[in-house]
Design a protein around this ligand. Structure first.
Ligand SMILES: [Cu+2]
Length: 176
């Protein structure tokens, strides 16, 4: 194999790897996320059953991992959870490790205190809770509803703690 072959492989590699993802994911600038780069704090308002997506089993309209919230490593993550309760169901939220299979209910928080109250019974529609933690572990985690059966029904999304990210961002799978 000649040198030109090697060069073409090097050039095509990144395109082949990244182009499929870019077709499926898009970055959004939601009003439910605000952040302060100087203070290294990101505030997330996570709404349970925000709309009818995935049979109301969603956070901010996304379930089944269709949303990824990206947070820079070491930042404080302040979460306000609001069960809009469109389906009149109780919901909760915990940040858990990415596990397979998903827990049927509950879930062990991946960061201290990274969960709402009433994790398994859930909080009633119209109620809110808040928690905060420092994203001091790199990697991908789940934003997970701990109410029995909700996680496996798709009420979960991704939280990525990244050393590469300079600021928080949100990527979603493009809705059809
Ligand atoms: Cu739920």
């Amino acid at each position: 194999m000649g040198k030109s072959w090697l060069v073409s492989v090097v050039c095509l590699g990144p395109l082949l790897v990244y182009s499929p993802a870019s077709l499926r994911a898009e970055e959004i600038r939601p009003d439910w996320m605000t952040f302060d780069v100087q203070k290294q704090v990101v505030r997330l308002r996570m709404v349970g059953s925000a709309d009818g997506s995935n049979g109301t089993m969603n956070f901010n309209g996304y379930g089944n991992g269709d949303m990824t919230v990206i947070v820079p490593f070491g930042w404080k993550v302040a979460v306000e959870f609001d069960n809009k309760g469109l389906g009149a169901l109780p919901h909760s939220l915990a940040v858990i490790n990415e596990v397979n299979p998903l827990p049927i209910e509950g879930g062990v928080p991946a960061f201290p205190r990274a969960l709402t109250r009433s994790l398994i019974p859930g909080m009633m529609a119209g109620s809110t809770d808040s928690f905060e933690f420092v994203g001091n572990k790199e990697g991908r985690f789940l934003l997970f509803c701990g109410v029995t059966g909700h996680g496996v029904a798709g009420m979960w999304d991704y939280l990525l703690v990244s050393k590469e990210a300079k600021a928080p961002s949100v990527q979603v799978k493009a809705k059809k």
